[in-house]
Ligand binder design. Structure first.
Ligand code: ADP
Ligand code: ZN
Length: 606
């Protein structure tokens, strides 16, 4: 009797429940139809093709752009007793022959390859001789020039469709704006695919934006706090030189940090990355070159020590924190001066369209940093997702008690100005009306006769613009997109005008405060567990990982260790109840972990 997905989930992956959407996606994939899966990092995309792979007759071919990741992924699957292999340039010819043989004998269920390999005709011929049931295209956004990781080789994947007309295609990605989404559908030639969009919200990530005044001191404080001491952290810097300087400054303060950037020699880069993955170096200071090949689930802190150049980049980099679902923190040190550094590079872009696009992305990033609204809401709405709440409770904006001022009168004047000019003008024009400007345009339209004309003179131009931005954040106005954006009155804005409500807005101009302390107080605590035991289990995990030459998280994720340190399972049955423990891991690691836990409990007289 073949096992059902729910059963396989426990026996082969060690989980009791599916994460949101996984079950639905798996059901669809099993029918052999095409699918596009959009899920945030950590959403559990891999399982959506790995689990069906166990049920299909034939092979599941996984296209993944990251050769560096394949070994870990396959090691992880093997540790769970899944017949997985990868073929890439890091393997010796001998090894490739062995794998090809087992593929021919139908002994491999999941095969990982990089897109470049499919350009090799001989390899394509070999593949055609196999029975392929499903083709999973991971990081599918790499197919789009509108994304930020374009890989030309992805464009050849379309040919696979002809090679395997019967196999279902599953494209998966964590970054997809509308445009990228369309490119994926088109370039992969998906057949009436079902599109699964799960929320991009990462509820376990806490977002903070802190004015960069005494950044080094603040950073030190955070890294030394009990929460983050010896925990994995990535600090993104602006330049190669910055990463080196920061790493050495941190080391001089007794912390273990290493710099990583594209200027280092490949072997050295690999070694640094490896030490990070193996929990030997907790802190990496890096340029954005770092991270693509990192699949570490227990990164607790991602710091942007300089302004990122786009929201896409920021979201992707912060997305590397807390993939295990436990609380993690994303801190951005913001200084308006960084804008000029970024602009310097943008101005060097020769292609007009591309330069404009880069400038737009930077402006969005600045709007994000300077905004007073909920950070999460801003991010989600940027990716086209509606977030109904106005406050998430887990970002600096939501937690920092803001100084507010009574902006009722001026806001009503602005809203009225927009209403009476029929939502047809830009912000500058509305400001001109309120300031009582004698512009030709205003006179031509007769807007100097409006009731609000010249009534906003208590505020200067910059302040009025800021007030408009804050009103937009409140949802009473909306700025349209396109070449000539205009300010429109929203339904809420109209309702507000007709009501007796009073509008308060955050104090104008970013007030520099010690924000970090306050927002740390609001941090979610997570469930409690025995920290001594947790540390001991981490050391055991590290020993086992080193013996096997795999990263620690291949043995168990932090989530599993914390649960062990909380529930203290002392027999096989209760050990199997730990999330992440399936049959294979119970057999391989159950006895040593149970012994460690039992000894610990005896020593501590629990
Ligand atoms: P993505 O590729 O979407 O970033 P992964 O596939 O790497 O995400 O999964 C993220 C984490 O969630 C991994 O540590 C994975 O083992 C875990 N995970 C996946 N499915 C489940 C599940 N059903 N229950 C608990 N954890 C899960
Ligand atoms: Zn928030």
């Amino acid at each position: 009797m073949p096992k059902r997905p729910q059963e396989l989930l426990k026996t082969h992956f060690g989980y009791d429940q599916f994460l949101p959407m996984q079950e639905e996606i798996i059901g669809h994939v099993l029918t052999g139809k095409d699918a596009l899966v959009l899920m945030p990092t950590g959403g559990g995309k891999s399982l959506c093709y790995q689990l069906p792979a166990l049920m299909f007759d034939g092979l599941t071919l996984v296209i993944s752009p990251l050769i560096a990741l394949m070994k870990d992924q396959v090691d992880g699957l093997k540790a769970n007793g899944l017949a997985a292999e990868f073929i890439n340039s890091s393997l010796k010819a001998q090894e490739i022959y062995r794998i090809k043989d087992s593929l021919k004998e139908g002994q491999v269920k999941i095969l990982y390859v990089a897109p470049e390999r499919l350009a090799n005709e001989a390899f394509r011929v070999f593949l055609r001789g196999l029975k392929v049931s499903c083709i999973a295209v991971d990081e599918a956004h790499c197919i789009s020039q509108w994304g930020h990781d374009f890989r030309p080789d992805y464009l050849n994947l379309k040919d696979l469709r002809e090679d395997f007309p019967k196999a279902g295609f599953v494209a998966l990605t964590a970054t997809a704006t509308e445009r990228v989404r369309r490119d994926i559908l088109e370039h992969l030639n998906l057949r009436t695919p079902r599109i699964f969009i799960s929320s991009f919200n990462r509820p376990n990530l806490h977002y903070d934006i802190i004015p960069r005044n005494d950044a080094f001191k603040e950073l030190l404080g955070i890294l030394r706090s009990s929460e983050y001491k010896n925990r994995s952290a990535i600090i993104y810097c602006f330049s190669r030189n910055d990463t080196e300087v920061l790493a050495s400054d941190l080391c001089s303060k007794g912390l273990k940090a290493q710099a990583y950037h594209a200027g280092l020699e490949a072997g050295e880069r690999h070694a640094i990355q490896d030490r990070f993955i193996k929990d030997e170096t907790p802190i990496i200071t890096a340029t954005i070159a770092f991270g693509m090949g990192i699949d570490k689930s227990d990164i607790r802190l991602v710091v942007h020590y300089a302004l990122p150049s786009s929201i896409e980049g920021y979201y992707q980099e912060t997305g590397r924190a807390g993939r295990d679902g436990l609380p993690a923190r994303c801190i951005l040190f913001y200084s308006y001066a960084d804008k000029f550094k970024q602009e310097f590079f943008i101005n060097k872009i020769e292609d007009d369209l591309e330069r404009q696009r880069a400038a737009d992305k930077l402006n969005k990033m600045i709007a994000f940093c300077e905004g007073f609204g909920c950070r999460r809401k801003f991010l989600l709405e940027y990716f086209g997702e509606r977030y109904e709440k106005t406050s998430c409770g887990h970002c600096d904006s939501c937690l920092r008690p803001k100084e507010e001022f009574d902006a009722n009168d001026i806001s009503r004047l602005i809203l009225d100005g927009v209403r009476l000019t029929n939502s047809r003008f830009g912000g500058q024009y509305i400001v001109d009306i309120l300031r009582g400007a004698h512009s030709e345009r205003i006179l031509k339209f007769g807007h100097n006769r409006l009731n609000c004309y010249g009534k906003g003179k208590d505020f200067n131009e910059a302040q009025l613009k800021e007030i408009i931005t804050r009103i937009i954040e409140k949802g009473l106005l909306r700025k349209t997109t396109g070449e000539y954006p205009v300010i429109e009155l929203t339904v809420q804005g109209r309702e507000f005008l007709g009501s007796q409500e009073r509008l308060m807005l955050p104090e104008l101009k970013i007030s520099v405060k010690k924000q970090i302390k306050k927002s740390m107080e609001g941090r979610d605590k997570g469930e409690s567990y025995d920290e001594g035991l947790f540390e001991q289990l981490r050391r055991l995990r590290k020993r086992l990982a080193d013996q096997r030459g795999v990263p620690p998280f291949v043995i168990f994720a932090d989530t599993s260790l914390r649960q062990m340190a909380r529930e203290m399972p002392m027999d096989s049955a209760s050990f199997l109840d730990i999330t992440g423990v399936g049959d294979q891991k119970l057999k391989a690691f159950g006895p040593v972990f149970i012994k460690e836990i039992t000894d610990y409990c005896h020593q501590h007289h629990f």
